[in-house]
Design a binder for this molecule. Structure first.
Ligand SMILES: NC(=O)c1ccc[n+]([C@@H]2O[C@H](COP(=O)([O-])OP(=O)(O)OC[C@H]3O[C@@H](n4cnc5c(N)ncnc54)[C@H](OP(=O)(O)O)[C@@H]3O)[C@@H](O)[C@H]2O)c1
Length: 342
């Protein structure tokens, strides 16, 4: 497969490069960076030395040759992938967008939360939560790779909602992310002296991943779900831990919950354990999502945790999993890397 990566100099782009180097069917042809045009990728990212001989090119260079590619990954800030999606429409090139442009079935939600006009409203993109939309992903021309927090939160809550085990109006998600979740752009709040030895919430009641989680869970439930979602920043490079709380419906017992999570038994990248809290370190560098669940008998609530690496299952790893599904390959191809531990 001939592949172009648009936004290859960002954190998710560079993670695609690391993972695709290990993929037997992938040939990366173009890497773009507007600010590093013509420079060797390994000059900007020395860890790529001996792995990639490529120089960065610009977006225009890829656009000119777009029909020669089987697949494009866009790893761009929101608002930029729609132009690429429109360009490939009707052709044979396929697109996986790691940003948010194609994540919503209802473009009005995108416009409301992202404050930009959706310029490709009639798209037929499929939401690329690999395990839950596997069949639709197979034939999609455009796959919207899910956000990092939504991946962890939806995987934790979906079995409970699909099986009608919780009061859907009581869902609370507290999630924490490492700083690579914000990308490589310079921002004061991500300076070492701000983040180190600190732990703080942000985007309280306003984070853009809230409507993404709500839209997917609402479709699963067949009713409108709203959640309280509070993200936090933790002083680590990679990793997300989502802690989800909800009130159990009357008569729901441990056996019913265990049966609901059993649906994940044949999903290679989802590892579920009862009464065992997961940790980000056990998923670091890998495509695994580790889920642990507990019943709080005193309050009648369930607590479900999901840990992922935000750059792998939360972005580039899941994107490659989706690529494998789209091109009829084993979904694990190129992704059978164990977590980096410690
Ligand atoms: N970081 C995560 O954990 C994560 C997880 C899931 C999803 N995402 C989403 O994935 C996308 C990329 O995130 P990231 O963390 O990789 O961001 P990033 O580190 O800030 O990288 C952004 C990339 O986009 C390029 N770029 C910026 N503006 C551009 C433009 N106008 N035209 C062409 N290229 C442009 C940059 O190229 P230059 O070299 O020219 O600056 C860079 O390669 C975002 O939409 C983000 O929300 C991120």
């Amino acid at each position: 497969m001939k592949i172009g990566i648009i936004g290859a100099s960002g954190y998710t782009g560079v993670e695609l490069l690391r993972l695709l180097h290990n993929h037997p069917k992938a040939e990366v042809v173009y890497l773009t960076s507007q600010s590093n045009d013509s420079k060797p990728a390994s000059l900007i990212y020395p860890h790529l030395d001996s792995l990639y001989e490529h120089n960065f090119v610009t977006l225009d260079d890829v656009v000119k040759n777009i029909s020669s590619l089987d697949l494009i990954f866009t790893a761009l800030p929101h608002g930029h992938a729609m132009a690429i999606g429109k360009l490939i429409a009707g052709g044979t090139t396929r697109l996986i967008d790691i940003g948010a442009d194609y994540r919503f079935k209802d473009y009005k939600i995108y416009e409301e939360w992202y404050k930009v006009e959706h310029t490709h409203k009639d798209h037929l993109a499929v939401y690329g939560l690999s395990e839950l939309n596997y069949e639709q992903i197979k034939t999609a021309q455009i796959v919207a790779n899910p956000g990092c927090y939504p991946t962890a939160s939806i995987l934790a809550l979906y079995p409970l909602i699909k099986n009608g085990l919780i009061e859907n109006s009581t869902i609370i998600v507290d999630a924490a992310s490492g700083t690579s979740g914000a990308g490589k752009a310079l921002k004061n709040s991500y300076l070492f002296s701000e983040v180190f030895e600190n732990f703080s919430p942000y985007g309280v009641t306003t984070h853009r991943h809230t409507p993404e989680i709500e839209e997917f869970l609402s479709l699963a439930a067949g009713e409108r779900i709203t959640i309280t979602f509070t993200p936090h920043l933790v002083p680590m490079t990679r990793g997300i831990l989502a802690t989800c709380y909800a009130k159990l419906k009357p008569e729901v017992d441990e056996a019913k919950i265990a049966a609901a999570f059993k649906d994940y038994d044949n999903k290679h990248f989802i590892r579920v354990k009862k009464a065992t809290p997961p940790s980000t370190k056990n998923t670091r560098g890998s495509n695994y999502a580790d889920i642990g669940w507990f019943i709080d008998e005193r309050t009648g609530r369930i607590i479900v945790f999901c840990a992922i690496d935000n750059l792998v299952k939360g972005a580039s790893g899941q994107a490659i999993q989706n690529m494998n599904i789209m091109f009829g390959l084993d979904e694990k191809m190129g992704l059978e890397l164990g977590p980096v531990y410690p």
